[in-house]
Design a protein around this ligand. Structure first.
Ligand code: NAD
Length: 328
């Protein structure tokens, strides 16, 4: 019989791509979100517009569901998550606790929670030449304020539901996901999209404003790897937290160089150290992921940035739904 999947956050970046992937793999898919996807029609068989902070809505969307892919969250890039601690924490606390409770009430077969590398302690991320983070490094805890703390709490809640009530959960720690159809303006965008948007709007030789001193490092995972990883982790028998990311470490200046080269533009870097830049360095240790799945994200950064930049460039240069705020 055809399996019925629920994707929460199906109006968002990863959720929308995941809906397409699951439909392509033979699932009947119900999407749920506050909003429809912005850049393309949903491929979900059914889409419920609902505020998942509300327990009754969570009960409604989890009815007759086999697998829950829970991605809905109040989130954004570093500018957003460092500015709204109270709002983000209360919203995500309500969404997550209610979704988990409702999924258990309806006895869904599996529940996957999208956690984040923001759970990792800040004291391990003070150096651009960072040691890749292993799953067990999350404790002793010192996560990103607000957003990261709430993700860590929800990870534990999933663990307790599994240990005490045998409720089957999966916990995935994403490391920076990028790709076409992702948020690229408005304040919630992350570095690859924000830099692409700025570069698309500039001319050869212009000044490019970069948040921080450009030496901070990260790894970035292409969206196709992300949805495949989610699918594989849901199917695995491992219920502890798992990193899902690449271990291709790059500095923000390095990221700028790759995107400038794709754009064919030579730009003058202007670093703005008054802007938030997050931890100094963060990378994913994929040892456990490789052991559990025999697989890890494959797409080299430059290869994934090519379609991402082209998609954003087309929107910026043709002003398709673009706010016009390019420079900051
Ligand atoms: P996104 O913002 O594009 O999608 C999240 C969706 O959740 C949005 O469409 C939003 O409308 C929806 N949502 C927010 N509040 C809601 C509510 N009260 N009720 C219903 N829906 C609500 O973000 P994304 O990049 O697709 O992220 C998906 C998940 O992955 C999130 O849980 C996020 O924390 C996690 N994550 C993402 C990244 C990344 O790099 N994109 C990294 C780490 C973790």
């Amino acid at each position: 019989m055809q399996k019925m999947a629920l994707v929460t956050g199906a109006g968002g970046f990863i959720g929308h791509h995941l809906v397409k992937y699951l439909v392509g793999h033979g699932y009947a898919v119900r999407g749920a979100d506050l909003k429809y996807p912005e850049y393309e029609d949903t491929k979900a068989d059914e889409f419920i517009v609902a505020d998942l902070r509300d327990y009754d809505k969570c009960l409604r969307v989890t009815e007759n569901i086999d697998e829950v892919y829970h991605l809905a969250a109040d989130m954004g890039g570093i500018g957003y998550i460092s500015a709204f601690h109270a709002e983000i924490t209360i919203n995500n606390t309500l969404i997550n606790a209610h979704m988990l409770q409702a999924a258990r009430y309806h006895q869904v077969k599996r529940f996957l929670f999208s956690s984040s590398a923001c759970v990792y302690p800040q004291y391990l991320q003070k150096n651009p030449d960072v040691v890749p983070l292993r799953e067990e490094d999350a404790f002793p805890a010192d996560p990103e304020e607000g957003y990261g703390l709430e993700k860590l709490y929800m990870e534990k809640l999933c663990q307790y539901f599994t240990e005490d009530w045998h409720f089957p959960t999966r916990v995935v720690r994403f490391h920076n996901v990028y790709g076409p159809l992702g948020t690229y303006d408005g304040g919630r965008e992350k570095a690859p999209a924000a830099i692409s948007r700025k570069i698309a709007a500039l001319k050869d030789g212009d000044k490019l404003s970069i948040w921080g001193d450009g030496k901070q490092t990260r790894s970035f995972m292409y969206i196709d790897d992300c949805v495949e990883g989610i699918y594989r982790i849901m199917r695995s028998d491992y219920s502890g937290p798992l990193n899902l990311g690449t271990d291709e470490l790059v500095s923000v200046d390095g990221l700028v160089d790759i995107i400038s080269e794709i754009a064919g533009k030579s730009l003058v870097k202007r670093h703005d150290v008054s802007k938030p830049q997050g931890v100094r360095g963060r990378n994913s240790d994929n040892s456990l992921l490789r052991t559990v799945l025999g697989w890890e994200p494959q797409t080299p950064l430059r290869q994934g940035l090519l379609p991402t930049y082209r998609w954003i460039e087309a929107r910026v240069t043709n002003e398709i739904g673009f706010s016009g705020i390019a420079a900051e």
